[in-house]
Design a binder for this molecule. Structure first.
Ligand code: IMP
Ligand code: MG
Length: 179
């Protein structure tokens, strides 16, 4: 399995210390509030649960699922809502938690959707950002790591549903997906 990796891009230690820093920053920015975290299934599950454990403020968590990729490493550009929130977000301070921003299509769709529901605020927290690949004008409020244009897996990120459980972020060899 590990033969499919070019290299480790971000070690477990670096991930955890950066996630702690983000949690500190969010705890400071949202002091006195009770932010409502929207974890985007399935890629951001590992990131969200670590992030929330490091917070020093109260919070709530719900899940949404969208798909823009299908199988493989190329986005179709079309975003489909697969699972919506079960609760209203009116008057809430929403923080969308994503694993990675690539073209930006997924998050610009989600942000617009949630903003229509009268929340007090909507911010974006992403573990990884590939700015070189952006197709729409979108930026996150909290970014863990800016990474180069490589396909990465681990810590929740998958290639055809594999590798999510790897505790670090690894670059997948091109020959694995350029067959
Ligand atoms: P976007 O809509 O193009 O910004 O794509 C965002 C989604 O594409 C993410 O939530 C991931 O599921 C997936 N994605 C983009 N780049 C990668 C990658 O390098 N590895 C794994 N999944 C990725
Ligand atoms: Mg994915």
């Amino acid at each position: 399995m590990y033969n499919n990796f070019e290299k480790v891009l971000i070690s477990e230690e670096k991930l955890q210390s950066r996630v702690k820093e983000l949690a500190k920053q969010i705890s400071d920015d949202y002091a006195g509030k009770n932010p409502f975290f929207v974890c985007i299934l399935k890629g951001s599950v590992f990131f969200t649960t670590d992030l929330l454990r490091y917070l020093s403020i109260p919070c709530q968590m719900e899940f949404m699922a969208v798909s823009s990729y299908g199988a493989g490493t190329k986005s179709s550009g079309e975003v489909k809502l697969i699972k919506d929130l079960n609760v209203p977000i009116e008057g809430k301070d929403v923080i969308i938690v994503e694993d990675i921003i690539d073209s930006g299509n997924t998050l610009s769709y989600l942000k617009r959707l949630l903003e229509q529901r009268n929340p007090t605020s909507v911010k974006i927290c992403t573990l990884l950002d590939k700015p070189e690949r952006r197709k729409v004008d979108l930026s996150a409020d909290y970014v863990g790591f800016v990474i180069p244009d490589e396909f990465v897996v681990g810590y929740g990120l998958d290639y055809n549903e594999d590798y999510r459980q790897i505790p670090e972020i690894c670059i997948l060899k091109r020959e694995v997906y350029e067959k």
